[in-house]
Design a binder for this molecule. Structure first.
Ligand SMILES: *Cc1c(COP(=O)(O)O)cnc(C)c1O
Length: 352
């Protein structure tokens, strides 16, 4: 018997590339092209260095209370973590280890099956419909939990709230997670439904719409009971998930609502303009409710475009998997970045 025999050997999640190279137009990991709110920078400069010798607040109260005030949800119905990845991983650990198979779409955030494998949770990946939409009636089978990204990634499509409600109505006996990483760019949030469904967890992040991917802040809303179970798991795992700067800078980001709305509005406007320009170049794509476009060219393979763009210093995301390999996932950058991309594509496609 080797020391290696009993070790967990799983296939990890592959995050998008974070290249060391400068001067790249980085459109591959759905980050925000604009800086965080000005108050965040101000706070960063004022932070008292000597305090870092202390542990941070294990309850993360300042951030929880800021979110509570902003979203009008009681503090005991909010959970925060190190990015929504941490929140989701904790939720899988807490809610889904019941031995029954959990359900999620076959095309969705590719971390779900990784966590399921990590925690030995059986799972079933339910095919999307031809147009990439999710059919709520597919989620009416026996299960140990459901997780839906809405809007979904990488398809960018939003499922109407009536669909989420249909899934909730059919699943009173298991926890339903709605991952709203992109909700600030479109669609309708399931947040009000937490008052009606005690088993609903709505997960969000500061990484995309609040321009703070590097700070690692995620949060979730749910019933007091559900959040209580999550807290118990967290305090059995790591009491100090949130570091001091993330807590303090996160609060500042929440305070500046005008900036938040301005940034989201700009990205949505750029997205809708770029979608039209890409269509004019022969691309097709689902209607995006996110900060990215999932685009396929009628003639040129996605892989070829991905490589040509990369050579040009324009980095987008390409998934080398069936179905997905026909598409590029293009994060919405600044108008200037998108214009550079469009100009390149125009030239490249014209030369074909
Ligand atoms: C980006 C993303 C996350 C994770 O974001 P964090 O940076 O960990 O907060 C979770 N779910 C989906 C669908 C995402 O696209």
């Amino acid at each position: 018997m080797s020391w290696e025999d009993g070790i967990w050997k799983g296939v990890p999640y592959t995050p998008g590339e974070q290249p060391k190279r400068d001067n790249l137009i980085k459109l591959n990991t759905n980050e925000c092209p604009y800086p965080p709110a000005p108050g965040v920078e101000k706070k960063l400069k004022e932070m008292e260095f000597g305090r870092f010798r202390l542990y941070p607040d294990p309850e993360a109260s300042s951030l929880v209370d800021a979110l509570s005030g902003y979203y009008h949800v009681p503090s005991d119905q909010i959970f925060v973590g190190i990015g929504s990845d941490d929140v989701l991983a904790m939720a899988f650990l807490t809610f889904f280890r019941n031995g029954r198979e959990i359900l999620f779409p076959n095309i969705t955030y590719s971390f779900y099956d990784v966590w399921a494998n990590l925690y030995n949770i059986p799972f079933r990946q339910i095919p999307l419909k031809e147009d990439f939409s999710i059919d709520p009636s597919d989620y009416k089978r026996e299960n140990g939990g459901v997780v839906i990204a809405n809007p979904n990634a990488p398809t960018s499509l939003f499922m109407p709230l009536s669909g989420i409600r249909e899934i909730l109505d059919a699943n009173r006996e298991s926890v339903v997670i709605v991952d709203e990483a992109y909700i600030d760019f479109g669609g309708e949030t399931a947040l009000p439904l937490i008052d009606e469904y005690e088993n609903l967890l709505v997960v969000r992040t500061f990484s995309k719409s609040r321009a703070m991917a590097g700070m690692r802040i995620g949060y979730a809303f749910g019933s007091k009971k559900l959040i209580g179970y999550l807290q118990d798991a967290k305090f059995s795992f790591n009491s100090y998930t949130m570091n001091m700067p993330s807590l303090e800078l996160g609060v500042e980001a929440v305070k500046d609502d005008a900036y938040f709305k301005e940034v989201c509005g700009k990205i949505v406007a750029t997205r809708d303009r770029v979608a039209e320009e890409l269509k004019a170049l022969g691309f097709t794509m689902p209607k995006s409710s996110t900060n990215f476009l999932f685009a396929s060219h009628e003639k040129v393979p996605a892989k070829e475009l991905f490589e040509a763009m990369k050579k040009e210093g324009i980095l987008v995301r390409f998934f080398d998997k069936p179905i997905l390999n026909r598409y590029l996932r293009i994060t919405i950058g600044t108008d200037e970045q998108m214009d550079t991309m469009i100009t390149f594509l125009k030239g490249y496609l014209a030369s074909k």
